[in-house]
Design a protein. Structure first.
Ligand SMILES: NC(=O)c1ccc[n+]([C@@H]2O[C@H](COP(=O)([O-])OP(=O)(O)OC[C@H]3O[C@@H](n4cnc5c(N)ncnc54)[C@H](OP(=O)(O)O)[C@@H]3O)[C@@H](O)[C@H]2O)c1
Length: 383
């Protein structure tokens, strides 16, 4: 009898010790830096777990434009660090592949209509940060530039204000200017103004031409063999930026409250003329990729006709106008350096995106730059 009572007491003691040990190990997992308070709302966030895709960082983010080129990288980056991401989309088939970027239940697809405020409210109301990546290179019969970049941006900002969303990150474009000769860039500048009128603390991002695996820049140059036309003798100077660098900055905005109310311009470390980019594409793809210079006015006229085709998504007169404009970063504007990001050099990674245009016979050849130096280690980790 006495022996059984003693063994029972020992079991209780062991059990109490185990509970104590597990409680202290839980305590050790939470530190002060795991707690964050949102400046605007005072909302607390606590991280749970060691960090990463299968844990939770406590944030809920809504991404508009998630199905686009940059949007996919942004959703992936946010989900990888345990953010619950509401992917606001129009086409469920386009949004579905994004489900696997996060753990079970972390990616929440919700449909949105930019002209329907109810649906916008619905997708932002649980979030503490909203990313607006919506943009369109050309006008359609349903949406003008202003409807997408100004009215749409204002509607999202107003919904954020109404639902007390702590942060809004709005993506505009490098060279956005109300006096620009491009309607796209004028509307982007008006969009920035509209957003700041509603939410002065919005973070505005102005990326240059973005490149990456599914871009509409290097892929267009690489596939354009034989029909490639260009304007302004390909002399316009641009500073292409790696989409993954921009996505990395967007990830930093999630927690860096010092970025509230600031405007960032993201562009690559080197300036290129379009002709130099063509030359790079020729060297890597080992294809002639001829370009034909067309006077800008004729190109615009042709683009105007092509733009009337119901299925055209390639060219419009405003795009021709943008091909003639140099990238002009604003002097003194905040950029990658202010977020401690080193922008990727296009020369170093272009082979990843242009190699696929090579013939199979020379597919594995290393990239030899014009100066005869064989570039080694040009592979870059894609996430
Ligand atoms: N790519 C560049 O080189 C570049 C350069 C400068 C600035 N930017 C800006 O950066 C942002 C992201 O660029 P991106 O290349 O990722 O753009 P993208 O690939 O063209 O994607 C645009 C996104 O916006 C959505 N969208 C467009 N019109 C919409 C509308 N009326 N209603 C709802 N959604 C709409 C699209 O949804 P659907 O899939 O449903 O069409 C898509 O998810 C855009 O604001 C763009 O203007 C891009």
């Amino acid at each position: 009898m006495l022996a059984s009572v003693a063994s029972k007491q020992m079991r209780h003691k062991a059990c109490a010790n185990a509970i104590k040990a597990s409680a202290s190990s839980l305590e050790q997992k939470r530190n002060l830096h795991d707690l964050m308070l949102r400046k605007k709302t005072g909302q607390p966030f606590t991280r749970q777990g060691a960090g990463g895709r299968s844990t939770s960082n406590g944030h809920v983010a809504t991404v508009f434009g998630c199905t686009g080129f940059l949007g996919r990288y942004v959703v992936n980056r946010l989900a990888q660090q345990g953010t619950q991401v509401v992917i606001a989309h129009r086409d469920p088939d386009e949004a579905r592949p994004l489900k696997v970027t996060g753990d079970l239940g972390q990616i929440v697809p919700l449909e949105v209509d930019l002209k329907d405020r109810e649906t916008i409210n619905e997708v932002v109301r649980h979030s503490d940060i909203v990313y607006n990546l919506i943009g369109r290179d050309y006008e359609t019969k349903n949406y003008t530039f202003d409807q997408v970049h100004v009215d749409g941006a204002r509607a999202i900002a107003e919904a954020c204000a109404e639902n007390d969303v702590a942060r809004l990150v709005h993506v505009s474009a490098l060279n956005a200017n109300e006096d620009s000769t491009s309607g796209f860039l004028r509307s982007k500048a008006r969009g920035e103004k509209a957003v700041r009128e509603v939410i002065p603390g919005a973070t505005i991002v102005r990326p240059g031409t973005m490149y990456g695996q599914e871009d509409r820049f290097l892929n267009r140059i690489g596939t354009g063999e034989g029909w490639q036309f260009w304007v302004n003798e390909s002399k316009a100077k641009i500073r292409p930026v790696y989409a993954i660098d921009v996505a990395q900055a967007m990830e930093i905005f999630l927690t860096a409250e010092s970025t509230i109310g600031k405007t960032y311009e993201f562009y690559g470390p080197k300036e290129y003329t379009y002709e130099q980019i063509f030359e790079l594409a020729r060297e890597i793809s080992k294809k002639p990729l001829p370009t034909y210079n067309v006077p800008t006015s004729i190109a615009k006229l042709a683009a105007k006709l092509v733009d009337r085709l119901p299925y055209n998504q390639m060219i419009c007169p405003d795009l021709i106008e943008r091909m003639t404009l140099d990238d002009k970063p604003t002097p003194g504007a905040l950029t990658f350096a202010d977020l401690y990001i080193e922008p990727t050099d296009l020369d170093a990674v272009a082979i990843q995106f242009l190699r696929r245009f090579r013939s199979t016979a020379i597919f594995d050849l290393p990239f030899e730059k014009g100066d005869g130096q064989v570039k080694k280690g040009v592979y870059h980790v894609i996430d």
